[in-house]
Ligand binder design. Structure first.
Ligand code: BMA
Length: 376
């Protein structure tokens, strides 16, 4: 090869690798060191395995509430989850506890404990409807439009974001270093049940809402400890998934939520097929866009199938290269005496199978990780 050719190819190579590396970074150019590291490490760790997560894991479980160090996942498997979900709903109303009764002060302490041991934190927000004052499940038409700049509720919405920002900035380690969190805003956006969802706003309005929110938290409030997760419910195609996608400059994590509702052989087979297909699409989207792929929420209420974890869930999940999978919360017994849970507790029929699932080398729990692996 002539020297000139060699030099030309060399420069093409350098430009190509630097362009592709450049794209692989959090959307916040001023993201803190630990937040950037979390992004890069999540990208890397997905080749090692899938982090197992659980909503409100340290706060309560089936038959218990607020006991330090307790966790249904740990009681059953001997280890803590690798990632934890928390929920901000009602913070916008200045409540002391969230809509699931978790005190925000306790939440902050859990988050500090988790960070210290190298666990990952993701936060959802079932914020009330700012137009009607009712809950997140009040899909009044026009709500999204009303909170965009120029809308009658924009000031109110900004004051709610101020409260979210005030909470996030208190998430610091003992040296005052901001703790990175994955914010999954406006989740299940293609479903019709939330005011931000489905037909209740146009794709353009949704994108504007997303960009406004990220920009407000990041650029106006100067918060630089967040990664942002775009998160649908079940979807049929990549086009369907991306219908309201606000753009590569606005999203760090691409994920979806999925629940199994039908049991039996037929229900199981269908669930495996659906989840496998969606995971394959999300992996492709993530590779294409250089984002972190995740199963942002999943579950089978009350897990009525003793081998669900290995025979159904793992069959759909195990061979995919995604970053994490977050099981929904173990709310415990309600007044009628019915239990609401998504991971087994001691004595539950899928307990043994969950232990078997937790031992799969490709499923990561806390002991598979540490602070250095996740944040350095
Ligand atoms: C839903 C249910 C509710 C809960 C809400 C917010 O899926 O679990 O009980 O209040 O999420 O966490």
């Amino acid at each position: 090869m002539k020297k000139n050719h060699f030099l030309f190819l060399f420069f093409v190579f350098i430009i190509f690798t630097s362009v592709s590396l450049q794209a692989q970074k959090p959307i916040d150019g001023l993201a803190s060191k630990q937040t950037k590291n979390l992004f890069f490490n999540l990208m890397k760790l997905k080749n090692k395995g899938i982090m197992f997560g659980h909503q409100d894991d340290l706060a309560y479980g089936v038959g218990w509430k607020y006991e330090t160090g307790k966790s249904d996942v740990k009681i059953v498997t001997g280890d803590y989850p690798a990632i934890y979900g928390f929920e901000l709903g009602r913070i916008e109303l200045d409540h002391r506890v969230n809509l699931d009764s978790v005190p925000f002060d306790s939440m902050r302490n859990y988050i500090k404990t988790i960070y210290q041991r190298g666990g990952v934190i993701t936060i959802s927000w079932h914020l009330n409807n700012p137009l009607t004052g009712k809950t997140a499940w009040d899909p009044a038409p026009g709500t999204v439009a009303s909170i965009l700049p120029g809308g009658e509720k924009n000031e109110l919405y900004k004051s709610w974001l101020d409260k979210v920002a005030n909470f996030i900035v208190t998430l610091k380690d003992k040296n005052g270093v901001p703790i990175p969190v994955i914010l999954r805003l406006f989740h299940e956006l293609n479903g019709n049940w939330f005011w931000w969802g489905g037909d209740h706003c146009t794709p353009e309005e949704f994108k504007q809402l997303w960009q406004f929110t990220v920009s407000y938290l990041r650029d106006t409030k100067n918060i630089h400890q967040c990664l942002y997760a775009y998160n649908t419910d079940r979807f049929n195609s990549k086009e369907d998934y991306l219908l309201k996608y606000p753009g590569d400059k606005w999203v760090d994590v691409v994920g979806f939520d999925i629940y199994q509702r039908e049991g039996g052989e037929k229900g199981n087979a269908q669930f495996i097929k659906d989840m496998d297909h969606m995971l394959a699409m999300i992996e492709e989207i993530a590779v294409d866009k250089k984002k972190i792929p995740a199963l942002t929420e999943f579950g089978y209420a009350q897990i009525p199938d003793s081998t669900w974890w290995t025979n159904v869930f793992y069959k759909a999940l195990g061979h995919h290269k995604i970053s994490y999978a977050l099981a929904w919360r173990n709310a415990g017994f309600n007044k009628e005496g019915d239990a609401d849970f998504y991971v087994p507790y001691k004595g539950q029929i899928s307990e043994k199978d969950f232990i078997k699932f937790s031992k799969e080398p490709s499923i990561l729990f806390q002991k598979d990780l540490n602070f250095k692996i996740v944040y350095e």
